[in-house]
Design a protein around this ligand. Structure first.
Ligand SMILES: Nc1ncnc2c1ncn2[C@@H]1O[C@H](COP(=O)(O)OP(=O)(O)O)[C@@H](O)[C@H]1O
Ligand SMILES: [Mg+2]
Length: 166
């Protein structure tokens, strides 16, 4: 399943529609190169969740928490990865329980994870969103390639598609 957007505003709107559908315990894995639109999308998701605060990348912590209709846990696990362009491999085995990331999963939060790396193996029902840039001449076009790996995430994806198309 793929969505196409043609501006940052459209990406924001796509994110907002997903955010409006998310429930506590939902997990969204967000990948895409620098400048692909992850932050733009995340801001939309936050607004859809009713978050009032401005969502930025969690720079000094792995997780930022925001109050909303459902609280949002926004993670950026980039620093747990090898510092090589394009890789999604963790530097070493990561103990997600020890660093506290596990506590946010399947709990009270809707969880949005950028650069999830090996965390994808810890979650058996998640919505994967990968942003792909076709590049010149379509500089403002983004393809959102999505897949769901369980019942909950499949339901969200299904509702999201309907929202976007109709
Ligand atoms: N269709 C689009 N969706 C999202 N961003 C777009 C799009 N077209 C152009 N842009 C631009 O690309 C950049 C995306 O930046 P950002 O959301 O910070 O990406 P990331 O967090 O992945 O690095 C912004 O400058 C935005 O204006
Ligand atoms: Mg960003």
């Amino acid at each position: 399943m793929a969505f196409t957007t043609r501006s940052a505003a459209e990406t924001f709107r796509l994110g907002r529609q997903l955010g409006a559908l998310l429930q506590a315990g939902d997990v969204v894995f967000l990948t895409g190169h620098l400048g692909s639109g992850k932050t733009t999308f995340a801001k939309g998701v936050a607004q859809g969740l009713g978050v009032q605060a401005d969502v930025t990348s969690p720079t000094f912590t792995l997780v930022s928490e925001y109050e909303g209709r459902v609280p949002l846990a926004h993670m950026d696990l980039y620093r747990l990865l090898k510092d090589t362009e394009g890789t999604t491999e963790p530097t070493t085995a990561v103990d997600f329980a020890a660093i506290g990331v596990q506590d946010y999963l399947y709990g009270d939060y809707a969880v949005l994870v950028e650069w999830p790396g090996a965390l994808v193996e810890e979650v058996d029902d998640a919505l994967f969103v990968d942003i792909v840039q076709p590049g010149a001449p379509k500089v403002d076009e983004r393809e959102f390639r999505c897949k769901a790996t369980g019942e909950k995430s499949w339901k969200r994806l299904d509702e999201w598609v309907k929202q976007w198309l109709f």
